[in-house]
Ligand binder design. Structure first.
Ligand code: SF4
Length: 282
């Protein structure tokens, strides 16, 4: 083997190894995210002035399906003013990652302008009233104000990026009518069907019942017998019970079987799936 061929084989092996490892890593990270990713709260920039507060909420809706429709804000400040504020707001139920911009009323101003930041804290409870699920997010007030003052993304920006829009059509179904247009007045049109006598010649010999089948003359049979291999399917007895009798493990010809209707015996022979019915014409 030439040196170039060996080098190419090694390179191909390395590439295959890297591709397989990347695939495995990506699968593992997806599974890790599905199983262990925690709900996330993002402080956003409100567009509702000094009474507004906007936030985004992300969670694994596939693992924890819920309709979030309420937020409870709890502010604690044991050594400052105000000492305790609690505000509850409702919004339209959301089933996947979402952001809302809500009017929390005048009390939110006091919360955001509080002093004694070292001991103050704020808590958000995002609640799914119907499913009984609550996601809690707790921040030191200093940290929260830092996020609040640095927020540049609005709820609309967040929703444009993360929110799943269910109404998006995946494909469009066109409506069609299968009713043919009316024939032009006065024009006689013949439809080429096997049952239309005008087209009998065209369908002759093609099967399907259009042309009349050639009548076959009946005949008598001198002898009929069954060879080895019968699978006791009953087809022959169903067609001509006066001649064929199906037993437990084979088929026999009845002792006094009439042999004058050769066409029915022929029909039974043609219906036999293993072709063991034989006969001689008289
Ligand atoms: S049709 Fe053939 S296989 Fe079926 S029972 Fe009759 S002889 Fe046997």
């Amino acid at each position: 083997m030439s040196t170039t061929l060996i080098a190419m084989s090694i390179a191909a092996g390395i590439v295959a190894f890297l591709v397989i490892n990347l695939g495995v890593l990506s699968l593992l990270s997806g599974a890790f995210h599905f199983l262990f990713a925690r709900p996330k709260f993002t402080v956003l920039r409100s567009t509702l002035g000094d009474r507004g507060l906007a936030f985004g909420h992300k969670w694994n809706a596939a693992r924890e399906p819920a309709k979030f429709d309420k937020v409870k804000l709890r502010f604690f400040n044991p050594f400052g003013k105000p000492t305790h504020v609690e505000i509850e707001k409702e919004y339209d139920a959301q089933t996947s990652d979402f952001a809302v911009d809500l009017d929390f009323g005048p009390a939110i101003r006091d919360v955001l302008e509080t002093t004694n930041l070292d001991d103050a804290s704020i808590q958000f409870e995002l609640i799914s009233s119907k499913d009984g699920i609550t996601h809690q997010f707790h921040y030191k007030m200093r940290k929260f104000l830092e996020m609040f003052n640095q927020a540049s993304e609005t709820a609309e920006d967040f929703n444009n990026t993360y929110k799943y829009v269910k109404e998006k059509p995946i494909y469009v179904t066109e409506s069609r009518s299968f009713i043919a247009d009316a024939l032009p007045e006065g024009e006689v049109v013949q439809i080429a069907l096997p049952t239309n006598p005008a087209f009998a010649a065209a369908f002759a010999g093609a099967g399907g019942g259009g042309a009349k089948e050639e009548q076959q003359e009946n005949f008598a049979v001198a002898k009929v017998w069954i060879e080895d291999g019968c699978i006791v399917c009953n087809a022959c007895e169903d067609i001509y019970p006066e001649v064929f009798e199906v037993l437990e493990d084979t088929c026999i010809i009845r002792p006094e079987a009439p042999l004058n209707d050769g066409l029915r015996i022929l029909e039974a022979a043609e219906a036999c799936p293993v072709e063991v019915i034989k006969f001689d014409k008289a």
